[in-house]
Write a protein that binds this ligand. Structure first.
Ligand SMILES: Nc1ncnc2c1ncn2[C@@H]1O[C@H](COP(=O)(O)OP(=O)(O)OP(=O)(O)O)[C@@H](O)[C@H]1O
Ligand SMILES: [Mg+2]
Length: 436
């Protein structure tokens, strides 16, 4: 539906545009303009313009699918108009009409992305086909664009979903880790309470040595409760992406705490646990609870590795040279973890947890650090211990080496960048090598 305006341009009337494509015809001659109108009026939402500027204005007001432009027009040429229309909407398809144009002009039109050109005078079927093809190209292009947009939306939705899943998984792992790690101190608390109960027995009053004994155990229980609180704080910190910087721990002090921690652990009872402090203390850049947690997981594993009485030894060393990483080759008896993340600069602390238990088979060795991997019965192992150790090591720029052979026991050694004490540092003392 069109109405003729005074200047010969037709002004589009409201039409149901979703069905018909919009076709803009621009020719400064009345004759061809009107004949094209007759050809296309039934199938297209038509816009007729007799010069470039009015065509640009029409296209600005309403999106045009296809334009048919006469190349030779007074004022703005068809080529210039083509350039304008394409600049405003690169997806517009344009058919050029030529009369006496040179090959150069035609080439120029094609370079400006005109999709076709027809020679004047033309027969109806030629111009119909040219416009129909242009419409097809336009709808194909918009379909491709729509699909690309849909694909992108789908991709970002998928990514968002993956992110949510990842967050949920991480949270799940963190909650599981809290429960796993708190289990250690809880076992110790329970052991200490049993000792107190046995000691108190049927007594109604406590005095002297008995009272001192109970008080001492209560102090140990309080320390374990504090450890539980620290563990849950640490993991809640993870959830809030909070990291503690500039924290250092004295290794021998930590080993003394560790000895204390295991004192009432039921697993130690029939086994021999030896803890060798460093001849000269150093500090490492890690939260004290994290280092205890690493050592606790490795030691509990070593104590659990056999039901027979066996020996577990914890030995610390300070290395004055960086590790020669070429010496650590993953294979049937060895695994090196967090190679890339290790800050391999001397001095390094090497802490080994060594047992003379059954050792680890070459089939199990590569799977040790997988979350939830365990060879222990469902009720007794969650398979999270070494996975937690791995995470804590990464956080501390440390590394771990495990060497094990079936029948010959296992050695887990953790490495951390360390610092030798300076004159200003006061070293807390712990001497030992004592067996618990
Ligand atoms: N010192 C060791 N000797 C023999 N096998 C070991 C030793 N340390 C670890 N493993 C093996 O590695 C597996 C995984 O250990 P991890 O600490 O991750 O889980 P878990 O001890 O089975 O369960 P959780 O620590 O969650 O209670 C163990 O099930 C065991 O097979
Ligand atoms: Mg374990």
């Amino acid at each position: 539906m069109q109405a003729l305006s005074e200047n010969g341009n037709t002004v589009p009337q409201p039409v149901p545009q979703m069905l018909k494509p919009t076709l803009l015809i621009v020719d400064d001659e009345e004759g061809p303009r009107q004949s094209l109108r007759v050809v296309f009026k039934d199938d297209y939402n038509l816009l007729l313009a007799n010069d470039g500027p009015s065509a640009i204005e029409m296209a600005r007001r309403q999106p045009v699918d296809v334009a048919v432009l006469d190349i030779r027009m007074g004022g703005m040429s068809g080529i210039e108009l083509l350039e304008h229309l394409k600049a405003a909407d690169p997806a517009i398809e344009v058919v050029m009409m030529t009369a006496f144009e040179t090959a150069d002009t035609i080439r120029q039109a094609l370079r400006l992305q005109a999709c076709d050109y027809i020679n004047k005078p033309f027969d109806i079927s030629t111009i119909r086909d040219a416009v129909a093809n242009a419409v097809k190209r336009r709808s194909l292009a918009s379909e491709v664009k729509n699909n690309a947009e849909k694909l992108q939306a789908l991709q970002s939705e998928l990514q968002q979903q993956r992110l949510q899943e990842q967050i949920a998984r991480t949270r799940g792992e963190i909650y599981a880790s809290i429960i796993h790690d708190i289990n250690g101190p809880l076992t110790i608390i329970s052991g200490l309470i049993q000792v107190i109960n046995q000691r108190i027995g049927d007594e109604t009053e406590l005095a002297g040595e008995e009272l001192e004994h109970v008080k001492e155990r209560l102090k140990r229980i309080t320390r374990q409760v504090t450890a539980c609180i620290e563990i849950s704080r640490r993991y809640l910190g993870f959830l809030r992406q909070h990291h503690t910087d500039n924290i250092r721990v004295w290794v021998n002090q930590m080993l003394a705490d560790f000895r204390e921690l295991l004192w009432a652990h039921p697993l130690v009872k029939d086994n021999q646990l030896v803890i060798q402090p460093l001849p000269e203390d150093v500090t490492v850049h890690i939260n004290g609870t994290d280092l205890l947690q690493i050592l606790l997981n490795l030691t509990i594993n070593a104590l659990q590795c056999s039901p027979q009485a066996h020996r577990v030894e914890i030995v610390g060393r300070v290395l004055t040279q960086p590790l020669d990483l070429r010496m650590f080759v993953d294979g049937a008896t060895d695994r090196f973890v967090n190679r890339e993340g290790l800050k391999n600069a001397a001095p390094l602390l090497a802490l080994s947890v060594q047992d003379n238990g059954p050792g680890i088979s070459s089939g199990v060795l590569p799977r040790l650090f997988e979350p939830y991997f365990t060879t222990r019965p469902a009720a007794s192992g969650t398979g999270l211990g070494l996975c937690i150790v791995h995470r804590l090591l990464k956080e501390a720029n440390g590394a771990l080496h495990v060497h094990s052979k079936p029948g010959q026991g296992t050695v887990f050694t953790v490495y951390f960048p360390a610092r030798l004490p300076s004159a200003a540092d006061a070293t807390p003392s712990f001497s030992g090598g004592a067996a618990i």
